[in-house]
Design a protein around this ligand. Structure first.
Ligand code: 173
Length: 321
């Protein structure tokens, strides 16, 4: 009797031990401020994984730029300082210039996952970032130019604009002077008049209070903002199939949710107008030139930085005219 009870107790301890031994905790960081538009994807992902992954895999979300400067997130992921990162290609062009080409996609990720575009990028992520792109959680979300001086056409000569690599080639092609800053520095730069405007997507202008310091939005928008959840390859390889399945499912759900941006873009456009941000619209012919120039200068920049891969990415990503 006593012997049986002892075996039972040992068995319980053994189970408990193997359960805790199997549960892996991954560290995640975001290049965007917590609880803002561009961290929403990772925050939902973390919630899903922590719910479905009990006893298997959990994510410890360290947070946003308070924990790490946004332009260092790529490096931290590559070196395994963090296991999971929420960031955009423009923030790690130092390691992988090709990642900034995501902004130029004119096809949805579902199509790129079939046409070879995703696979082509996946090889570059392995080689250059030691990482796997799990999900693109922002797409169908155009960038705009926001300015505090009225412009009548797409000549930006004399304007000093806040940029990231996303906008560099385009704004420079239109004659602007550019200065790169992290999103966290935009408010102060506007407040002090250090810049006359900035590049940013249609959504998220209210997140850090920039609406207070923004007079005009220039239409049309251009490109398609990209924010993705990446995982370090070594961290991924240590997971078993069940753990990988939890992450893959949450990633798939996140990537499917980018469709929400279509309604959100429209809502934010109205919200900006209601907040007093005026729209500068060009004539249709000028608007087309402006839009075409965005892609032409964007691809020229990608190809200049990556003569080997840029042309190939253009074939996968572009929609034929
Ligand atoms: O403007 C930026 O900081 C930037 O490059 C970006 C990229 C994706 C989403 C939001 C902003």
């Amino acid at each position: 009797m006593f012997g049986k009870a002892l075996i039972f107790v040992i068995a319980i301890f053994a189970c408990a031990k193997s359960a805790t031994a199997e549960e892996v905790t991954l560290r995640a960081i975001s290049a965007f401020a917590e609880q803002t538009t561009y961290s929403r994807g990772i925050e939902r992902f973390v919630a899903r994984v922590n719910d479905a992954g009990k006893g298997l895999v959990q994510i410890n979300y360290i947070g946003g730029p308070k924990a790490m400067p946004p332009f260092e997130v790529g490096n931290a992921l590559k070196n395994g300082v963090v296991d999971i990162a929420n960031t955009t290609g423009a923030f790690y062009t130092n390691l992988m210039p090709e990642a900034d080409a995501w902004k130029l996609t004119q096809r949805p990720m579902a199509e790129l996952r079939k046409n070879g575009g995703y696979d082509y990028m996946a090889r570059l992520y392995l080689e250059k970032m030691n990482a796997i792109l799990l999900a693109r959680v922002v797409d169908d979300n155009p960038f705009h130019l926001y300015v505090n001086k009225r412009i009548t056409g797409p000549d930006l000569t004399g304007l000093k604009l806040r940029i990231t690599p996303v906008y560099r080639d385009f704004f420079q092609a239109l004659g602007a002077t550019v200065v790169q800053t992290a999103p966290g520095e935009v408010y102060t730069a506007l407040d002090r008049g250090v810049v006359d405007g900035y590049g940013w997507p249609i959504t998220g202008v209210f997140d850090l209070g920039w609406n207070e310091k923004t007079k005009y939005r220039v239409d049309p928008g251009f490109y398609s903002a990209e924010v993705s959840i990446l995982i370090n390859k070594a961290a991924w390889d240590k997971l078993n199939d069940q753990q990988k399945a939890v992450l893959n499912k949450a990633a798939e759900q996140g990537e499917a949710e980018v469709s929400e941006f279509v309604t959100e873009n429209a809502k934010e456009t109205e919200r900006q107008a209601a907040a007093g941000i005026q729209t500068i619209k060009f004539d249709p012919a000028v608007a087309k030139q402006y839009y075409d120039k965005a892609y032409e200068s964007g691809w020229a920049g990608e190809i200049r930085q990556s003569p080997e891969h840029g042309p190939k990415l253009r074939e996968f990503f572009s929609k034929p005219n």
